[in-house]
Design a protein around this ligand. Sequence first.
Ligand SMILES: [Zn+2]
Length: 319
Amino acid sequence: MKKITIVLSVAFLFFIGSVITLHAWGFWGHHKINRLAVFTLPDPLKSFYEKHIDFITDHAVDPDLRRNLSKNEGVRHYIDAEIYGNAPFDSLPKLWKDASKKYKADTLMKYGINPWYIDSLMTQLTQAFRDYKIEIALSISADLGHYIGDAHVPLHTSINYDGQLTGQKGIHGLWESRIPEIMGDKYNLYAGKASYIADPLAESWKILRESYSEKDSVLSLQCKMEDTFPIDKKYIMITKNDTVKIQIVSERYARAYNSLLNGMVERKMRKAIVEVGSFWYTAWVNAGKPTINEFDRTILAPETTKKLSDEESRWLSGK
Ligand SMILES: [Zn+2]
């Protein structure tokens, strides 16, 4: 009986792990990042994105949903930096052609291509703006927001992405899903307005370098907490869809970990929002600031415009 319970627990943890790696930042986080990034934009680009804010929000998680459909999808969401030595962001060349010469394309493909993929989407988005291809521009924008969001998650830069190498399996989902889902409504996510990025590829590397510098805190602070936190209070059972019982990390545990992290999750999310807006804005500027609104026949109902303006005001005041 005991053996069966252990097997089931392991199977359960494996299942939870699979779910976690599938949905980085959680649905809530990705939706929020893409949605609020719209308000960082200057007009007239903002009014274009506002007309499609629900599309940009809803499709923020498409890249995670595609992971099951394409074997090439997964590697776009991360980079396992440790593979490239003790100072990976110094030793790994920034350009794909140089990096693939030094480490072989197969190696790069195996350990994650997040910064280069963001860069290729920037080229595609710029071209879509140039060609006034509205639907393509919107779907690339939604994807781009997702991958930039992922780059802000410290564990997306590490081969120990779910604490599986240090006995901390589940930490990925705890950091990027459970904490924002519990505390996100109280976050102040205002981080200023979008600005032009002179070198988007360099900016992606900068974001990843910063995330990488935070992954040791993410891991070590949880270890520190485990020393004192009562283990029987770590998980709670919940019933899903009225039938399935699942075990999740308790709110008490998530809150305790969050307070040790000292606002890191909120800070990273805020940063991701303004970066996503800045990347979209940069693609539009690089396309020559096309008058894209003139080609877009979408018209928002006055009550929708009013709701968006209220939402923007709440974001501006940090609510
Ligand atoms: Zn992802």
